[in-house]
Design a protein around this ligand. Structure first.
Ligand code: SAH
Length: 457
């Protein structure tokens, strides 16, 4: 199809009605067939917009005056919603968010996977879609002579002070505020990114939802923390019940948050949490699912799809710290997990031991290299679970799955587009997609998670 020439000019104000919502949460309105993407506009809304950017085939505009609001529009409860950008769809009702996420999955299953007859179930959402995150990490800086901690203003490195974040656990908000206050009271200078001076760069808070354990992490430029004793005592007094205070040192001029050295200043090196009866030790650096309530919903779906009876051999590709592997090991004969980050594999092994799980084997490496080796060694999985990063499964891994021919593939995905692409490849190789279940792991944001089950024909 030929790309449509822009019928509008930059700076022009036009009256439009939005018809659609992109996967980034922007409204889409067409002017003589030419699509404009408009932040903050919802389907069925009409108003005046100013054209800000023109590309071949599509452009961007800014909402100037909303004349007709969608019945799904709500007042975003967060006072810094517009400046922050961490959430993208707080102005859309939760039902509206569920519809948007459903449509996105349905759309790619139809268009990219070409599977219009495969059932996509309604999104499994949260009863209470707020305060769900167990990990907060915020940059610290100086603004107007004051120590501030919050978030980078959209498309900038200016730090906006923040007292609460409505998708974080209340305790995380409290930890960040108290650490900020205690550090300010004890003369700890916030990090100055421009001059690469100062001490405190980031504060991180982690909460065990099931255990109530709390960790504060101070990420500093210098390994010396001035007045360390006063700071530790101050945080312990201000955050009753805190179980762990950790310092991570990052001396480099970088956007990367964590540095190479971590030391425990008070209490434990880790906090514990449980998902579906499996206990996990979480260190400052560990990867761990951020929405523990919905993680359990997702894993239960994956478990149901795997249909385990206790006799099966299961491979968990892209296993992280082994959360899915250990969850499934309770119902399988043997589980093999593979993950590219060696530290995560160490965590997985420790977590297996912590739970007395002896039928889970973990190996560090690329899934697309380790699994073919397992195949050569004669390992024959009944079920392969994959949970790849956004770019989806490596082609070599998909080819190996087609060679190994497990009865079932359970595909957990954080990107519907690559899920649909990979389902098509597996379908062409002889699998049939039975159903797809989207799960809302990240309410108020545009992220969509889904799990699909395929069977060998
Ligand atoms: N299943 C885990 C984590 C999934 S996130 C959980 O539910 O918690 C995806 C994981 O894939 C990350 O841990 C990432 O480090 C890992 N990864 C990325 N590329 C990989 C590859 N080529 N081979 C194996 N693991 C990979």
């Amino acid at each position: 199809m030929a790309k449509i020439q822009a019928p509008v000019q930059r700076g022009q104000v036009v009256h439009v009605t939005a018809a659609d919502l992109t996967h980034e949460g922007k409204g889409v309105a067409k002017v003589d067939g030419y699509p404009l993407f408009i932040e903050g506009m919802l389907p069925d809304e009409a108003g005046e917009v100013e054209v800000t950017k023109l590309n071949k085939g599509y452009g961007f505009a800014q909402l100037k005056k909303l004349e007709q609001a969608s019945p799904e529009r709500v007042d975003p409860p967060c006072p810094v919603y517009d400046e922050c950008g961490g959430c993208q769809v707080q102005h859309l009702s939760y039902n509206g968010q569920m519809d948007m996420k459903y449509n996105q999955v349905r759309g790619v299953i139809d268009r990219i996977a070409k599977l219009p007859d495969v059932p996509v179930h309604p999104v499994l959402g949260m009863d209470e879609p707020w305060r769900y995150r167990n990990k907060a990490q915020v940059p610290v800086g100086l603004s107007g002579g004051r120590i501030v901690a919050g978030f980078y203003k959209k498309r900038s490195h200016d730090i906006i002070d923040m007292t609460e974040c409505l998708i974080q656990h209340e305790e995380s908000d409290a930890i960040i505020q108290r650490v900020k206050d205690v550090c300010a009271a004890n003369g700890v200078m916030p990090y100055d990114e421009q001059r690469h001076k100062g001490v405190l760069r980031h504060v991180m808070a982690r909460i065990g939802y099931q255990t109530g354990e709390k960790m504060a992490v101070l990420i500093t430029r210098t390994s010396e923390l001035p007045n360390a004793k006063e700071i530790i005592d101050g945080i312990r007094a201000a955050v009753p019940g805190i179980t762990s205070i950790v310092q991570n040192v990052n001396p480099d001029k970088t956007n990367v948050i964590f540095g190479p050295t971590t030391k425990t200043l008070y209490g434990e090196d880790v906090i514990y949490d449980t998902i579906g009866g499996v206990k996990f030790a979480i260190s400052a650096r560990s990867f761990y699912q951020v929405n523990p309530v919905q993680t359990e919903v997702l894993y239960n779906k994956a478990l149901q799809y795997a249909g385990l009876t206790g006799e099966e051999t299961v491979i968990d590709a892209y296993c992280g710290i082994g959360t899915i592997s250990l969850f499934l090991a309770q119902k399988a004969k043997q589980v093999y997990g593979v993950e590219i980050v060696p530290q995560a594999i160490e965590d997985a092994r420790q977590n297996a031991e912590l739970n007395g799980i002896t039928n889970a084997y973990f190996e560090a490496g690329k899934a697309e290299e380790v699994i073919p080796n397992w195949y050569k060694q004669g390992i024959k999985p009944d079920v392969i679970v994959v949970d790849p990063p956004r770019k989806g499964c490596d082609e070599a891994l998909l080819a190996t799955i087609l060679k190994m021919k497990p009865k079932k593939v359970v595909y957990v995905s954080c990107n519907p587009g690559t899920l649909a692409r990979d389902l098509r490849i597996l379908e062409d190789g002889g699998y049939r997609t039975r159903e797809v279940q989207p799960v809302d792991m990240f309410p108020q944001t545009v992220h969509v998670e889904a799990v699909a089950v395929l069977e060998l024909m």
